[in-house]
Design a protein around this ligand. Structure first.
Ligand SMILES: Cc1cc2nc3c(=O)[nH]c(=O)nc-3n(C[C@H](O)[C@H](O)[C@H](O)COP(=O)(O)OP(=O)(O)OC[C@H]3O[C@@H](n4cnc5c(N)ncnc54)[C@H](O)[C@@H]3O)c2cc1C
Length: 385
């Protein structure tokens, strides 16, 4: 069997939000970059599809044209309100100044990937699964499933929650207390959708997890449920059954789903949470997004984290090439930048998650208090933003 070996300065494994953004950040570097993905685009990714408002600002820091392109990207539903439904069924709406949006990952990831694929210095390899990452004298040898191998000075692992790059280059193992599981399905015609509003429904036996309804264009919605993996394991929870049971049995939801049609299967995936510090880099490599366990431990959001870390990795890579220094020490600046941005925030949200674990009365009390007290309402809005 003949193996073609292609040489690059940098190989980015995975072209999701982290990988595509990393490629964008390397766009004007003059470095020869390979962007590899096991799938072709557009492709699905199991997700709630909610994209944080700050993502536009991050793209803007790479190039204003990317922020403009995001403005012009129409396959999204703008969102500026969160609705909490407490276990006692009381509702609280929190309004935000900044607008985020919801867009199926089929569309959003395709949008980002297409921006990256246009770059002159980036060569794209789709339907190319990274199988092994082997250290060689001056970098890495990357073996893929389709007879191509890559030789590179630096590898950036953006290959998601089951990252091969992470497995091969670090000793991080999964910890159920720092990991969540979640499922989602698409529905049409769910009644009572409030425009521009994320809905979070809390139930006593689901805390600190939650059930969500996120509105999408064309009267469709992303409906799902997520829970800490330790709780899933302790309680032997089947997330799919749990989600369908909630829809069928909770009176306020049952009514809203009466005429709704499920237009996709229920699919699940894992979320490596950013509530513990892991090894995100080493000699000649960096990990971004889910591969670096950067998902928000309370909300389960990780798209923004993937985009921010992808950008930092792109910038850090340029710095290392400028200095011709690929040591673990040089890469460490990347970890510092990412943790400076997210660690305290994630830690606070981890503490909140621990605090509300199975305590429905806390959510009931918070919703009550926020309704009556303007100062507390603003605090809660800040914590949730
Ligand atoms: C049910 C659920 C709901 C969620 N809801 C939200 C939400 O509403 N908002 C939010 O911000 N986050 C949400 N998340 C988290 C979010 O999906 C992830 O944090 C985000 O996708 C991370 O982006 P990434 O680029 O790091 O990884 P990914 O998006 O997983 O991209 C990884 C890429 O690598 C490719 N790849 C994987 N393995 C290989 C390989 N061996 N070789 C080559 N390519 C490979 C994949 O094909 C993929 O394109 C949710 C997650 C789940 C499971």
């Amino acid at each position: 069997m003949n193996l073609d070996t292609l040489k690059f300065d940098i190989v980015i494994c995975g072209a999701g939000p982290a990988g595509s953004t990393c490629a964008l950040a390397l766009g004007v570097s003059g470095l020869k970059v390979a962007l590899i993905d096991k799938d072709s685009f557009p492709r699905e990714k199991v997700c709630g599809d909610a994209v944080a408002p700050y993502v536009k600002k991050v793209l803007n820091t790479i190039h204003p044209d990317y922020a403009k392109a995001l403005d012009e990207f129409t396959l999204k539903e703008k969102v500026n309100r969160i609705r909490f439904v407490a276990p006692n069924k009381k509702k609280l709406d929190i309004q935000f100044a900044d607008e985020g949006f919801i867009s199926t990952r089929l569309n959003f990831d395709n949008f980002l990937f297409n921006l990256a694929a246009k770059l002159n210095n980036v060569q794209v390899f789709l339907n190319t699964t990274v199988k092994d990452v082997i250290r060689i004298d001056n970098g890495f040898h990357i073996l893929s499933g389709n007879n191509i191998s890559f030789e590179t000075r630096m590898v950036i692992g953006c290959d998601g929650a089951h990252s091969v790059v992470n497995k091969k280059l670090t000793h991080t193992s999964m910890d159920l207390n720092h990991h969540s599981g979640a499922v989602r399905a698409y529905y049409k015609n769910v009644s009572g959708l409030a425009p521009g509003t994320f809905e979070f429904h809390f139930f006593k036996d689901l805390l600190p997890g939650y059930f969500w309804i996120f509105p999408l264009p064309d009267n469709t919605a992303n409906v799902g449920l997520g829970l800490l993996s330790q709780n899933i394991s302790n309680e032997n929870t089947n997330l799919r059954n749990k989600m369908l049971h909630i829809i069928a049995s909770e009176p306020q939801l049952k009514e809203r789903f009466e005429k709704a049609e499920m237009i996709s299967p229920v699919k699940g995936f894992g979320l490596p949470l950013g509530s513990r510090k892991v090894s995100m880099s080493g000699k000649g490599f960096m990990l971004c997004g889910d591969a670096a366990s950067l998902v928000d431990p309370l909300s389960g959001e990780g798209i923004g984290e993937a985009i921010v870390s992808g950008r930092y990795a792109g910038w850090q890579a340029q710095d290392c090439f400028r200095k011709n220094d690929f040591s673990a020490d040089c890469m460490k600046d990347y970890d510092e930048a990412v943790y400076k941005k997210f660690w305290q925030h994630h830690l606070n949200r981890y503490r909140i998650r621990k605090f509300i674990n199975h305590r429905a009365w806390i959510i009931n009390g918070l919703v009550n208090l926020a309704e009556k007290n303007k100062w507390f309402y603003r605090r809660l809005a800040k914590i949730m933003s």
